[in-house]
Design a protein around this ligand. Structure first.
Ligand SMILES: [Zn+2]
Length: 408
């Protein structure tokens, strides 16, 4: 080849004839074209989480011909994931999510290089993982990881295609670019722990992460191709019930400790920042809050923890105390232990409905033991002196006492 025809800029990878056929609908778009498709092939995108948002994101990025897709997760596939996490399937229930996702992505596009990070993203590993990627796509569902991803993006100078979902509503933006704001500019402080329920507690319409994750994937592709107007400095609000899409203008905050004053020079303890203790044996990206556990692990924040076996024995020998289910009515309708129910959120207003004396023994119960722990603390604050929490909630009861009960 004559020297004059050699590319002058960084050489982009060439496409095989098979790839040209596969991506032909891109190649005939002038905004993408051969060079754009080569840029996609050269690109490295990190999907943080392979859950509801990560699933559609990674699938469309693979289909579009992104050359390298990194996946961060350490969870395993659970049957209850399949209502929305379409990158996993019935045949991979129980497998590591990164392995399960790889099977689906490789099945869709064998050309894609998948890098699996089977780990929880932490302050200790985030910078090291991020440094090899061009764009980070945040598909996490908890505040600790969201602030961690944001700060790591600002520190490494990588754009963050952000999305979040709850029930019927979602948000998307592009944070941490040179010119635009970051997540901390929008939310300088995390919400008080426990104020915003997780999807595991509050539920989510299965198709919603599909909508929002595909918006994130669109932004990733636009950033790589350098086309269109990315959601930099704009927050897209998706309301699936009203099917309304609104955008709010966001400004870079000059006092932002991450991207403004650059006060944050290294990653911090995000569990502490968000006011929660580090996660115990829960999924990495579906972290629930745990209080201070004492040495015996039977008392958390002053609330004795009762096992389902202990409660079963008390029911059987007729010494069971007053048990209060603090879940929502629609959860109670799915499965219950036949005990009275007051949702944790309305408990402070309905304290007078508790039919036992202030010094009587009470056991609170929810789905997993997290909300009932909060309820127990609320009852204690209201003057009840002998409140205990059912560890593991009705899920543990279904696992260990009565497997005929449904789990949700
Ligand atoms: Zn900022």
């Amino acid at each position: 080849m004559p020297a004059t025809l050699e590319p002058t800029e960084t050489a982009l990878p060439t496409l095989s004839n098979d790839e040209i056929a596969r991506y032909s609908r891109h190649l005939i778009l002038p905004e993408v074209g051969m060079e754009g498709q080569q840029k996609l092939k050269a690109a490295k995108v990190l999907c943080v989480g392979t859950g509801g948002l990560g699933a559609p994101m990674a699938l469309y990025l693979a289909a579009a011909g992104i050359g390298t897709i990194g996946l961060v997760d350490f969870d395993v596939v659970d049957e209850s994931n399949l209502q929305r996490q379409i990158i996993h399937s019935q045949s991979t229930v129980g497998k590591l999510k990164v392995d399960s996702a790889e099977i689906m992505l490789k099945g869709l596009n064998k050309n894609v290089n998948i890098i699996k990070h089977n780990t929880m993203l932490t302050s200790a590993n985030a910078l090291e993982i991020f440094k090899d990627y061009d764009v980070i796509a945040d598909g996490t569902d908890n505040f600790q990881t969201r602030y961690l991803v944001n700060d790591a993006c600002v520190l490494t100078g990588k754009p963050n295609a952000y999305g979040s979902i709850f029930r019927f509503e979602g948000q998307a933006s592009v944070f941490a670019t040179e010119e635009g704001p970051c997540y901390r500019c929008l939310y300088p402080e995390p919400p008080p722990p426990g104020l915003v329920p997780s999807c595991a507690e509050g539920g989510v319409l299965g198709i919603l992460p599909g909508l929002v994750g595909v918006i994130q994937a669109t932004e990733v592709i636009k950033l790589i191709l350098g086309i269109g107007e990315p959601l930099i400095g704009r927050l897209l609000l998706v309301d699936a019930l009203g099917m309304n899409f609104r955008t709010l203008k966001l400004r870079k905050n000059p006092d932002c400790p991450a991207c403004g004053t650059h006060e944050i020079k290294e990653l911090i303890d995000y569990d502490q920042f968000c006011g929660i203790a580090p996660p115990a044996a829960v999924g990495p990206l579906e972290v629930s809050s745990h209080g201070n556990v004492d040495a015996s692990a039977n008392v958390i924040d002053g609330i004795p923890q009762v096992t389902v076996e202990e409660l079963k024995a008390r029911f059987d020998n007729g010494t069971a105390p007053f048990v209060l289910d603090v879940r929502e009515p629609h959860e109670y309708a799915i499965v219950n232990l036949g005990v009275p129910q007051i949702p944790v959120g309305s408990l402070p207003d309905r304290i007078n409905e508790i039919p036992v004396a202030k010094d009587a023994e009470i056991i609170t119960q929810c789905k997993s033991g997290a909300r009932s722990q909060k309820a127990a603390l609320a009852l204690k604050a209201a003057g009840f002196t002998n409140v205990k929490n059912l560890a593991g909630g009705i899920t543990a009861w279904a696992d260990r006492i009565d497997p005929s009960l449904p789990k949700y």
